[in-house]
Design a protein around this ligand. Structure first.
Ligand code: IYR
Length: 220
C-alpha cells in the first residue's frame, strides 16, 4: 500500500544560465580533489565529520532502507588496531596475494604495505553496507546505495576543505570486530580524513583525466 504523499519542497526555479554557473562551480571544486596519502596530524573538529555523514545519509537508496553505517573514529587505540590489522592484510597482498597484473596497475601510485596514515590522520570513517536488515530482511541495491553515499561523503568533506583517501584493505572484516558491528554489515570502504601534510605530493598520472568524448556520448 502506498504511503500518503506530501508536496515537494526545496526546489526553486533557477535560470539555465545560473544552473550552468552552479554546475560549473561544482565542477571547479571537484577538479581540485586529490586522493592523498600524506596526512598531517592536525585535529579536525567532530562537528565537521558529523555534518558530512549527515550529508552522505541524504543519498538516494534502494526502497529508502538507508542500508549504511558510518563508524567515525578518532580514538588513538582504535586507529592503532586498525593500522595493525590493515598492514597485516596489505603485507599478504603485496607479498603474493595480488596478481602481477594488479601490482603493475598500482606501480604508478607507489603504494606498499605500510599505512602510517591510519594513525596520523585525525579521523577514519569506516563505512559498512547493511547487506540485510538486523532481522534478516532483504535489502535492495545495497552496494549502489552505499557507493552513492560514500561519493556524497567525499564531496562534502572535500567542499569543506579536507582531504581524503579511499582505502580498501582486502579483506577488511577486522573493521567489523574493531567497530563492534553485526555480521549483517559488510565493511565497504575505510575513508581516511584530515588535512594534507606540509609538502604532500600526489602521483602525476592522477592529474590526467580522460577526455569527455572518451567517457560520454550525448544523444539529442
Ligand atoms: N589496498 C592496497 C592496494 C591498492 C589497490 C588499489 I585498486 C588502489 O587504487 C590503491 C591501493 C593498498 O591500499 O595499498
Amino acid at each position: 500500500m502506498s504511503e500518503p504523499h506530501v508536496p515537494l519542497t526545496g526546489y526553486s526555479a533557477v535560470s539555465d544560465q545560473d544552473m550552468f554557473r552552479r554546475a560549473d562551480d561544482v565542477l571547479s571544486t571537484l577538479l581540485t580533489r586529490r586522493t592523498i596519502r600524506d596526512f598531517s596530524d592536525q585535529a579536525v573538529p567532530q562537528n565537521i565529520i558529523e555534518t558530512a555523514i549527515k550529508a552522505a545519509a541524504t543519498a538516494p537508496n534502494g526502497a529508502n532502507q538507508q542500508p549504511w553505517h558510518f563508524a567515525a573514529i578518532s580514538n588513538p587505540d582504535m586507529k592503532r588496531r586498525i593500522r595493525e590489522a590493515a598492514e597485516e592484510e596489505e603485507r599478504a597482498f603485496y607479498g603474493g596475494r595480488a596478481s602481477d597484473e594488479w601490482l603493475d596497475a598500482l606501480a604508478p601510485l607507489g603504494t606498499d604495505a605500510s599505512k602510517p596514515f591510519l594513525e596520523t590522520a585525525p579521523w577514519l570513517i569506516a563505512i559498512f553496507a547493511e547487506k540485510k536488515g538486523p532481522n534478516g530482511e532483504k535489502h535492495y541495491y545495497v552496494t549502489e546505495s552505499v557507493g552513492i553515499a560514500i561519493g556524497m561523503l567525499i564531496t562534502t568533506l572535500h567542499s569543506a576543505g579536507l582531504a581524503t583517501l579511499t582505502h580498501t584493505p582486502a579483506p577488511m572484516n577486522f573493521l567489523r570486530e574493531i567497530c563492534g558491528r553485526p555480521t549483517n554489515e559488510k565493511p565497504l570502504v575505510l575513508l581516511v580524513v584530515g588535512h594534507p601534510a606540509e609538502g604532500a605530493t600526489v602521483p602525476s598520472h592522477a592529474l590526467e583525466k580522460k577526455a569527455f568524448d572518451e567517457i560520454a556520448k550525448v544523444w539529442t
